[in-house]
Design a protein around this ligand. Structure first.
Ligand code: ATP
Length: 354
């Protein structure tokens, strides 16, 4: 087990794409760390550079206190699970799991014992003689995990390991993987484009954009207090309302209405300055009649979210969304009033959280 430290890590691909831009990151020993961000932001490149499958253009990778920047993948003592599992089709489950041990020249009996032990732990004991083609997607994923576990590496690197599973299996695998990581206590870096997955599984996470890390924090920190408007707009199953506004004395003017200054920005704003007001649709209270401090408008869209509804209001030509409990949803064309929670609303100045 080992901490992973990256400093000034830069990767420029031939052709000039700067996939990682002087990136600094410290992942403590035993942490489950998720990398999240839009397609092309550099997540896979970061993981592959930690593994040694890509050569850094600049900066350093330190694993367990050892500078491995110039070390080949085999010498780094990390194990990586790929999106497609990369199982050997002609080998049975035992041989697939034991493969890294064969490379390490572990004796045959010891290899088979280890494969059996790890396979049993992952519920594969009755499948050990089958080949990958005879397994379901979820079972193949477990074999790929078992192979990584059998290596007893210092760190695990996962590149979207759940993306080939259907929705239900994916939820199961999420819980399973999290539990397993806890038990083993191995430092794990997990790349995903699924934010629900990152929020549910990670001890801490980083949100990346264009080769930069835009925020590092616990899932709660990143969700409750996005550090900038990029993260605010990216995180959340329904995007945060990000509304242009201005400071007017001791209130804010937003979408033609007066709203209270959020608790977190109290005393930090100057009269007249332009801001962006952020509030998640989940943190709005909704009513059909006028309320002081509400954003009032006409209901444009009502979407069913299952146990609640997402109501889109047209507030003086500005779009404002609120989540409304089941049973109290309005009809399109109704008047509606959404009141932001003062303890949950946020203010951004020049894109950064105040
Ligand atoms: P996704 O979520 O779509 O997998 P990602 O965040 O993992 O994306 P990367 O695959 O790391 O992103 O790619 C980062 C950037 O580097 C992209 O602009 C991509 O086009 C570019 N890139 C990736 N691999 C190469 C390569 N081998 N040669 C040149 N450019 C590359």
């Amino acid at each position: 087990m080992a901490a992973i430290e990256l400093s000034g890590l830069t990767k420029v691909y031939p052709g000039g794409v700067k996939a990682l831009d002087a990136l600094d990151l410290e992942i403590p020993d035993g942490e489950f760390f998720a990398l999240l961000g839009p397609s092309g932001c550099g997540k896979t490149t970061l993981l592959r550079t930690i593994a040694g499958l890509e050569t850094a253009t600049g900066g350093a990778v330190v694993i367990g206190g050892r500078d491995v920047t110039g070390v080949q993948p085999g010498g780094r003592d990390v194990a990586m699970v790929f999106q497609d599992y990369a199982l050997f089709p002609h080998m049975d489950v035992t041989d697939n799991i034991a493969y890294p041990l064969r490379i390490k020249k572990v004796a045959k009996d010891a290899r088979r014992d280890k494969a059996a032990e790890v396979g049993a732990r992952l519920g594969l004991d009755h499948l050990m003689d089958r080949r990958p083609g005879q397994l379901s997607g979820g079972q193949q994923q477990r074999v790929a995990l078992a192979r990584v576990m059998a290596t007893q590496a210092q760190a695990f690197l996962f590149d979207e390991p759940l993306s080939n599973l259907d929705a239900r299996l994916r939820l199961e695998a999420r819980t399973f993987l999290k539990k397993l990581q806890r038990e083993l206590g191995v430092t794990t870096v997990f790349v995903t484009h699924d934010q629900a997955e990152a929020l549910a599984m990670a001890d801490r996470m980083a949100v990346m954009e264009a080769g930069h890390i835009r925020q590092i924090g616990t899932p709660a920190e990143v969700f409750q207090r996005p550090a900038n408007t990029f993260v605010a707009g990216f995180i959340g199953s329904t995007p945060m309302n990000l509304l242009d506004g201005a400071v007017r004395g001791d209130t804010l003017e937003v979408a033609g209405h007066k709203v209270a200054v959020p608790a977190s920005a109290g005393g930090l704003l100057s009269d007249g300055e332009k801001i962006v007001y952020g509030v998640r649709p989940e943190y709005m209270s909704y009513s059909a009649g006028p309320v002081d401090g509400a954003l009032g408008g006409k209901v444009a869209i009502v979407e069913n979210l299952g146990a609640s509804h997402l109501v889109t209001l047209d507030v003086n030509d500005v779009t404002v969304q609120a989540v409304v409990p089941e049973g109290s949803e309005p009809a399109v064309g109704d008047e509606g009033y959404a009141t932001p929670r003062r303890d949950r609303a946020l203010v951004y100045r020049d894109g950064a959280l105040v």
